[in-house]
Ligand binder design. Structure first.
Ligand code: AMP
Length: 280
């Protein structure tokens, strides 16, 4: 497995044999089974797998959040070696954003609700760094987790709008035994908060059952989700949303289009997100 901080050696290995297909898995490190599932998908569908590990400062709107982000590069590299990754890029912020850097990508309407509303500037940072990763690796396919549903939708939009010549692949959310979506942030949960954190998934299941039982009123579904979460004293709802799965426009009544049910909840002060897509 080759590991580099600079761009030139990444490009050299990527183009060593132009006949090989490449899959790219962008990450911020502190890897868990969710990330590794993306590496496995990439491994299955490509000759070579590239992984980036970069805690991207431009997607954090609070410097305390950036500083608190967990990191363990040695462990990450050992896991990637086991999974058979071929090439790992671990740039420093100076490599990605050198002095005089001033180019950013704005995906418009669909970045304003949900995570975009809670974290202003977040998707500008995400879209910019992902575009740079696409240009550095020039992969045939790039793998993203459905766990970050708005991120996948935004990257797909950007890929189409800017004519990136690659396929964007969304992979299913990997969960702990009780249903909590794996996240690098879960290490920040106290034991009690960890127990209560399952309420996000429980709320999604409640919504799914309601829709299966022909409930069409979005406010009714949201009320049931809210009641499920509020049974947990450490949980504080940031948002609950039912939106068109492609455009992310908020719904008041369910239609025949696929619906993205998503939510963000602070549990013991740790902000967690989860979602489910219900195809109609
Ligand atoms: P991050 O390191 O948090 O930026 O995540 C890197 C990639 O892993 C993103 O595409 C995430 O959506 C994906 N990912 C994170 N958690 C999970 C999970 N539990 N299941 C599947 N993919 C995930």
């Amino acid at each position: 497995m080759n590991i580099f901080t600079e761009i030139d050696p990444i490009r050299a290995i990527r183009w060593d044999d132009p006949s090989l297909s490449w899959g790219l898995v962008p990450t911020m490190g502190f890897l868990h089974e969710g990330h590794l599932s993306l590496v496995r998908h990439a491994r299955q569908e490509n000759d070579r797998v590239g992984v980036s590990i970069f805690v991207n400062p431009s997607q954090f709107n609070e410097s305390s959040d950036l500083e608190a982000y967990p990191r363990d590069l040695e462990r990450d590299l050992a896991l990637l070696r086991q999974e058979g990754a071929d090439l790992v890029w671990t740039p420093t912020p100076e490599v990605v954003y050198p002095t005089y850097y001033q180019t950013y990508i704005e995906v418009e309407e669909m970045t304003t609700p949900l995570e975009g509303a809670a974290r202003p500037g977040h998707f500008r940072g995400v879209a910019t760094v992902v575009a740079k990763l696409f240009n550095v690796f020039q992969p045939h396919r790039a793998y993203f987790g459905q766990k970050d549903a708005q991120q996948v939708a935004v990257i797909k939009r950007m890929g189409e709008d800017l004519n990136f010549n690659l396929e964007i692949v969304a992979c299913p959310t990997v969960r702990d035994k009780d249903g909590l979506a794996l996240s690098s942030r879960n290490v920040n949960l106290s034991p009690e908060a960890r127990q209560q954190a399952v309420c996000l998934y429980q709320a999604l299941l409640v919504a799914q059952s309601a829709i299966e039982a022909e409930e069409r009123s979005v406010s009714q579904i949201k009320e049931q989700m809210q009641a499920t979460i509020e049974q947990n004293e450490l949980a504080k709802i940031d948002y609950i949303s039912l939106a068109n799965a492609e455009t992310l426009q908020e719904l008041t009544q369910l239609t025949n289009d696929s619906v993205l049910i998503s939510l963000a909840v602070f549990v013991g002060g740790v902000r967690l997100i989860d979602n489910m897509v219900i195809a109609n």
